[in-house]
Design a protein around this ligand. Structure first.
Ligand SMILES: [Zn+2]
Length: 639
């Protein structure tokens, strides 16, 4: 017989053993959990939602989170992660989004700037809307690398990509692709508004009208005809006391003073029995004493597109059936009209609000049917808003150079509300990544690198140079005495013999010219305040590698915050002074050294890298979907 003492002792040891086993189990669990975090993330998810918010800035995000204004971004940070996302050089949307999509540096995807040049004749070419030939209505992709959606599509994974920049024309994916930045309007432009006015004379963007017996007879300009001239369409505007009615093809579109019209449908006859269908919206400023009306870019009709901007092509109509007609132009926020004082801030903000409303409808249309694979959606109005509203100095002064307008704050708050709904609706099998391509800074001084090249003896102008002419497209450049020229928002090209049409720099001399320019650029001081203008100037081989490095500018400039390439220099022109005040409404920018303008990254899972970059996104997408990461990708998975 065991004594009570013995029984007690044995019970105690069983108890100890049980506790020991439990502790061991907990330790084992922890070991498995942490060493296998990576595997867990991969097996936990069967689909991935990517929300791109162009130009979402970490300084603003941090500030608004700390003020309690972005509770859902804070919630996402606590669930998973929040970090700055290193961006690319130059920090421009098409380059950055393509870097994200391909997981490669620009040397492998071939997109280096909004614009590039034809080395033979120094003519400017728009990179993101690339016509197959000069007068062709066929377009080709500006991207040479392989974006993640082609890889997921090849792996038969359902893939939907909506409004990703630089994706026109759309790729054939295993799902839906809907192009964003890069889609042209009906005339092949990225912006083409008109002001109909009874004041002044006909000008480039002004159409002079006169009111006769309460009626205006006028016209709109459509696509180019076979004679290379715009096909015109007549319109009538019936004018009442405080409203007008636009009449096109016997259909009436009323518009109040201080209000917007509905979508106006405009069909252009382009040949026998052939028509091109378009849409536009009007805003009526005034009728008395003068008639003033804004007409937006005339855009591709999504119900009957003259050029496909969605895949499958019927998707653009399907979307219009679901959410109503919508802006199809890649960048419909009319920053040009505001910059040129053709519209007021109120009109611009109302337009942005309408566009965001459409984008939200597009997002929820796709989200509500998303049950497998990958859904990627890019919101980009915030970029245009910040360009026009960065430096208003009326709200936050968290640090020098950062003051943010209420309209920008409202945009971030709206995105937080969207995130709240997303977080409430996604299931636990969905990996979520929210990210931006770059941040933002102010644009106070405009730098004409071409003027600087002249002053430093690398460029020579012809005798007929005239200071009042901005000399776009190198109008005054004497190529026989020019060693280097600048085109685009960050690039300098050497006028190389054998490569450039009128090149003079010998191959053997090239390196020395590049070194001289870089050395001098790094000493470049703003004459106004003696501040450094350039953070760094890079040889292309230092920052890019891959098959397309040869297409890059020879030198790529990273400006200091507050400085940016002048509009004139970007198109091959120049200003009399190398640095001038930026007096335009467009007073925020991001095409500075990438170290100053990282983007943001939020995830609903832990990531393995404290300093992620744009290059990590695509490999992470593939990894989570259990697809092998191609060797060409420069980045690694974050899980
Ligand atoms: Zn931008």
């Amino acid at each position: 017989m065991e004594t009570n003492k013995k029984i007690k002792k044995r019970k105690l040891s069983i108890k100890k053993l049980t506790i020991f086993i439990i502790i061991c189990c907990i330790i084992v669990c922890f070991v498995i959990l942490f060493s296998g975090e990576e595997k867990m993330v991969k097996s936990r998810y069967d689909k991935i939602l990517l929300i791109g918010i162009d130009a979402m800035d970490p300084k603003v995000t941090d500030k608004l989170m700390s003020e309690g204004m972005l509770p859902n971004f804070l919630r996402l940070k606590e669930i998973g992660s929040f970090s700055k996302l290193s961006t690319v050089l130059p920090a421009e949307s098409p380059v950055a989004w393509t870097t994200i999509a391909t997981g490669t540096n620009p040397g492998k995807h071939g997109l280096f700037d909004f614009v590039t040049r034809n080395p033979e004749n120094y003519l400017l070419e728009v990179s993101i809307t690339k016509q197959k030939s000069k007068y062709s209505t066929k377009f080709e992709s500006p991207v040479k690398g392989i974006p993640f959606w082609r890889i997921t599509s090849d792996a038969k994974i359902p893939t939907t990509v909506i409004r990703w920049p630089a994706t026109f024309p759309p790729d054939k994916v295993n799902g839906v692709m809907f192009s964003g930045e890069g889609v042209p309007d009906i005339r092949g432009f990225s912006s083409g508004y008109y002001i109909y006015t009874s004041e002044g004379l006909d000008e480039e963007k002004k159409i002079k009208v006169s009111v006769n017996d309460g009626m205006i007879n006028s016209k709109v300009f459509g696509p180019l005809g076979t004679d290379r001239k715009s096909i015109e369409k007549s319109i009538q505007i019936k004018v009442d006391k405080d409203k007008a009615t636009i009449i096109v093809d016997n259909k009436e579109y009323p518009v109040d003073v201080g209000g917007w019209s509905d979508w106006i449908r405009i069909d252009f006859k382009v040949g026998f029995m052939k028509k091109v269908s378009a849409i536009a919206k009007a805003y009526l400023f005034s009728i008395e004493p003068e008639f003033n009306m804004y007409l937006s870019s005339i855009q591709i009709d999504p119900e009957n597109p003259v050029v496909d901007f969605s895949y499958p092509s019927k998707y653009s109509k399907e979307l219009a059936d679901a959410i109503g007609l919508y802006n199809t132009l890649g960048m419909p926020e009319d920053t040009n009209a505001l910059n040129e004082n053709a519209i007021t801030d109120k009109v611009f903000l109302e337009q942005v609000a309408q566009i965001e409303d459409e984008r939200n409808k597009m997002f929820w249309y796709e989200f509500n049917r998303f049950d497998k694979g990958v859904l990627a959606f890019v919101f980009d109005s915030g970029d245009r808003l910040q360009h026009m509203h960065w430096d208003e100095k009326n709200l936050f002064n968290v640090e020098e150079g950062l003051s943010v307008n209420k309209e920008v704050i409202d945009y971030y708050i709206k995105k937080d509300k969207l995130l709240e709904e997303v977080l409430n609706k996604i299931d636990n099998k969905t990996a979520l990544m929210v990210f931006s391509d770059h941040g933002f800074t102010s644009f106070e001084r405009a730098v004409s690198i071409n003027t600087w090249l002249v002053e430093n003896g690398f460029m020579t102008l012809t005798n007929d140079y005239n200071e009042n002419d901005e000399g776009a497209l190198f109008k005054f450049v004497d190529w026989s005495k020019t060693k280097a020229y600048s085109l685009g928002f960050a690039g300098i090209y050497i006028n190389l013999k054998g490569r450039e049409g009128q090149g003079i720099v010998e191959e053997a001399e090239k390196e020395e010219v590049i070194n001289n320019i870089i050395k001098k650029l790094e000493d470049f001081k703003d004459p106004k305040n003696n501040q450094k203008v350039i953070t760094n100037a890079y040889k292309r081989e230092e920052i890019y590698d891959g098959d397309y490095v040869e297409d890059a500018p020879d030198i790529v400039i990273g400006f200091e915050p507050g400085y940016r390439m002048s509009w004139q220099s970007a198109i091959g022109g120049l200003t009399p002074e190398p640095v001038i005040d930026n007096l335009k409404r467009w007073n925020g920018d991001h095409i500075v050294d990438p170290s100053h303008v990282p983007g943001v990254l939020f995830t609903n899972f832990k990531i393995n890298n404290e300093n992620p970059s744009l290059l990590n996104i695509a490999p992470t997408v593939l990894d989570i979907l259990k697809i092998e990461i191609p060797k060409e990708m420069d980045g690694e998975s974050l899980v």
